[in-house]
Design a binder for this molecule. Structure first.
Ligand SMILES: Nc1ncnc2c1ncn2[C@@H]1O[C@H](COP(=O)(O)OP(=O)(O)OP(=O)(O)O)[C@@H](O)[C@H]1O
Length: 360
């Protein structure tokens, strides 16, 4: 299948008087039609600069941008405008026009096109209904909540029938519940309009909710990339792990344990984290450990979530039995595609102290 957006070896360097900043460094990504592709990274990682390259709001210093098989480097004038119309964009601060009504905000991109007044009105009506805001059509932006403003911005972005929607931190100013409702809307648009979405965010939770693919950026580079399920079940990079940790309760659970009396002098081979994917969830493995090896596994904490419809489970358990029995039990778990990590609570405490010092 031909990629819809292909970025090849993109560099963006900003030259200032004394120094130059490499905001994007050798990034290659391939986004297929219908993807909801997450690009996650901390502030300054280069995400916004990278996506601005996609519609050439930012010229790359090096590399190629290929949209629907066409290298857009030499495009200008009408041809570039045409490409840009196929790429909608929404931002953190909505960028609505405060002096115009909701209706007129959404209609705005259609003014000055060949679309007749009648068709414009029909289209704006349809779009406002699609985002659930038709009743507010005569309101002004200042009369709407943040989530509602973002819905207007989405409707406006859809007015030119884009094939691709770039969401640049579009939920970052919203509360968690509103964030989820906007993400659900984006997912609906992806499904119903076959809209390709590029979701730029520093929130891995947002990526986890809607994306099918994700790239993690750090200081201008993509450090890891893959399907959502691969990234969540087998992250390779420390930064990716940090982002994933923000989306589940395992780290806080370990911190609580690390301060409990009962775990002060524990044997760290006996406190383990089990991670399993998909069908393994159904295996009564814990019971088998007892039946086969006489090892009891006591569940201290459990977290199961669905990633692209596949269950991903984490259990923190204590194992009791002889050393030999426990070693056998661990081997058996490995053989059943259940990852086993020994938990080092002393390290958990050190890590916590370190983070507290950094925050102070
Ligand atoms: N026009 C510019 N001139 C000079 N430096 C820039 C310019 N735009 C961005 N930068 C720098 O490039 C780097 C990447 O910025 P960018 O905004 O792409 O990051 P980001 O991951 O989107 O972060 P944020 O979410 O904070 O915007 C930063 O160091 C930033 O200061």
């Amino acid at each position: 299948m031909m990629a819809q957006v292909e970025l090849k070896h993109i560099d963006v360097t900003f030259k200032q008087k004394k120094q130059s900043i490499k905001a994007v460094s050798d990034v290659s990504l391939s986004i297929e039609k219908g993807d909801i592709f997450g690009i996650v990274g901390y502030s300054g990682a280069g995400k916004s600069t990278l996506v601005r390259v996609v519609n050439r709001l930012q010229e790359p210093t090096a590399g190629e941008v290929i949209i629907n098989g066409q290298n857009i480097e030499k495009f200008n004038g009408a041809k570039l405008r045409q490409v840009r119309r196929k790429i909608g964009i929404i931002f953190q601060h909505f960028n609505l026009m405060n002096a115009r009504t909701i209706f007129n905000n959404v209609e705005y991109p259609l003014l000055g096109t060949k679309v007749s007044k009648h068709d414009r009105q029909a289209k704006v009506t349809k779009l406002l209904k699609l985002v659930g805001l038709f009743e507010k059509k005569d309101y002004y932006p200042s009369q709407l909540s943040g989530g509602q403003k973002q819905r207007v911005a989405i409707a406006r972005a859809l007015a030119s029938d884009p094939e691709i929607l770039i969401s640049d931190e579009a939920t970052s100013a919203l509360d968690p519940k509103t964030t989820q409702s906007i993400l659900r809307l984006l997912h609906k648009l992806n499904q119903e309009l076959n809209l390709t979405i590029l979701l730029i965010t520093h929130e891995m939770d947002a990526v986890k909710s809607v994306c099918n693919k994700v790239a993690v950026m750090d200081t201008g580079k993509v450090v890891e990339e893959g399907s959502l399920l691969d990234i969540f079940s087998a992250p390779k990079n420390d930064l990716t792990r940090d982002f994933i940790e923000t989306t589940n309760q395992i780290k806080p659970a370990l911190r609580v344990l690390s301060h409990q009396e009962a775990f002060v002098n524990y044997d760290n081979r006996r406190l383990v984290e089990l991670q399993y994917l998909g069908d393994n969830t159904n295996n009564p493995v814990i019971i088998e450990l007892f039946e086969k090896f006489n090892v009891t596994a006591n569940i201290i904490f459990g977290n199961v979530e669905f990633i692209q419809g596949v269950p991903l489970g984490h259990l923190i358990v204590t194992l009791s039995g002889t050393d030999a029995e426990i070693a056998q039990a661990k081997e058996y778990l490995h053989a059943n595609q259940i990852h086993v990590h020994d938990i080092d609570l002393a390290r958990v405490r050190e890590q916590e102290a370190l983070e507290e010092r950094e925050e102070a």
